[in-house]
Ligand binder design. Structure first.
Ligand code: KDG
Ligand code: MG
Length: 395
């Protein structure tokens, strides 16, 4: 079997996604997700100009070798653009492998160790009152066992606040020092609203400095958070260690990591309890297996990044990893009812606090290219966050 064609498909059903379709001479094709919120076109260009020509004519089963060719062979290794592009192709190759073997992806990864996947959903809403009411409703009406809060706005307005068809990002204002007590109060009020048994995840989204993060964590650790996510930015590994040493709250980290080596200090130092890499950002399934094994070695659980700016293909890949990994912790459920389902079929669905999925060979998703063409790409930016004095804050 040989790859004869590689297509990139940029589409915007509500928000932008970038898909890869790799076609073989046997008629079998694979699909992959290379979406990188706010930078999709740069990834598409890398695939079209540099990576597709390397793939055409190759045996699709040589997945590891292609991964190494792109990662090491280009000399300029890593980064969000390269790793996202690599992921789109890597997923498509695993999909081809599964389809040609007639087996779902999880079977290629070693088979199931669990049958359903514990998940959590995002609590949104414009005001703190709205959010608290929604948290209680999620538990009561939808049966969620774990919910996820997030410090502050932009998430309050629309899909991660992504703006489309604008020439610059929306500016959100945020004064971390003023938000410390709001952030603490919000967590405690949600705990009171949902009761003791519901897991509460709090994504601080790197919005506070290490000392501010500690002031928050020390005040909420007694209210039993399921985990605190991204208490600090990923740039300085020592900041994560500093926070870790000062709290008993479980910590989740990693959606901005781009390689196994970036994860290494947090894993080997055991500064985290849950590793939250984004499968797209680390170069796909090939690398996700290695990172999960590394985390397992250090008793760290996985909580793969799964927001709604990745597509059902990535949600499906997460699901296959989750059911086949021993050290699975929890899965972020960013699956939505939106227009994306006109473009991509398949993927996990929510049921009573868990994600389940209909089993098909490969990843289990397909792309409708005609439907994708009906939603042309629209340039979009992730909003930026500025403090009162105008200086930029981590988002
Ligand atoms: O595009 C940005 C999102 O992927 C990010 O804000 C989502 O932090 C996030 C999460 O935990 O889902
Ligand atoms: Mg996050």
């Amino acid at each position: 079997m040989k790859i004869i064609q590689v297509k990139t498909i940029l589409t915007s059903p509500n928000q932008n996604y970038l898909f890869v379709k790799a076609v073989t001479d046997s008629g079998i094709y694979g699909v992959g997700d290379a979406s990188l919120n706010g930078r999709e076109k740069a990834v598409a260009d890398l695939i079209d100009t540099y990576l597709s020509p390397l793939l055409i004519g190759r045996d699709p089963e040589q997945i590891e070798d292609f991964w190494q060719l792109v990662y090491r062979g280009s000399y300029w290794r890593g980064g969000n653009i390269i790793m996202s592009a690599l992921c789109g192709i890597d997923m498509a190759l695993w999909d081809i492998l599964g389809k040609s073997a007639g087996k779902p992806l999880y079977a290629l990864l070693g088979g199931k160790v669990r049958s359903k996947v514990l998940c959590y959903s995002h609590v949104l809403g414009k005001s703190q009152e709205d959010k608290i009411a929604q948290a209680a409703e999620y538990v009561r009406e939808r049966g969620l066992k774990v919910i996820r809060l997030r410090a502050g706005l932009p998430a309050a307005n629309g899909t991660f606040g992504v703006t489309q068809n604008q020439d610059s990002p929306k500016i959100e204002s945020w004064n971390p020092e003023d938000e410390i007590m709001n952030t603490v109060e919000y967590f405690i009020r949600v705990r009171e609203a949902v009761g003791k048994k519901i897991g509460i995840i709090y994504d601080l989204h790197e919005r506070f400095s290490p000392d501010q993060a500690v002031r928050i964590l020390r005040r909420i650790e007694d209210y039993d958070p399921f985990f605190i996510e991204d208490p600090v930015a990923p740039d300085c590994a020592d900041s994560l260690r500093y926070v870790r040493e000062k709290t008993i709250a479980p910590i989740a980290f990693g959606e901005l990591y781009k390689s196994r080596w970036e994860c290494l200090p947090a894993i080997t130092g055991r500064w985290i309890d849950f590793l939250r890499c984004d499968v797209i950002r680390i170069g796909g399934i090939t690398e996700a297996r290695k990172i999960a094994a590394l985390a397992e070695t250090y008793d760290i659980k996985t909580a793969w990044h799964g927001p709604n700016d990745v597509s059902p293909i990535t949600h499906a890949v997460n699901w296959h990893l989750n059911v086949s990994e021993y050290n699975f912790g929890i899965q972020e459920d960013g699956t939505t009812d939106g227009l994306i389902h006109q473009v991509i079929s398949g993927g996990p669905v929510y049921q009573d606090g868990y994600l389940i999925m209909e089993e098909r060979p490969g990843i289990g998703c397909d792309i409708d290219e005609d439907a994708a063409a009906q939603y042309p790409f629209r340039k979009a930016y992730i909003p930026v966050c500025r403090q009162e004095d105008g200086s930029l804050n981590n988002w």
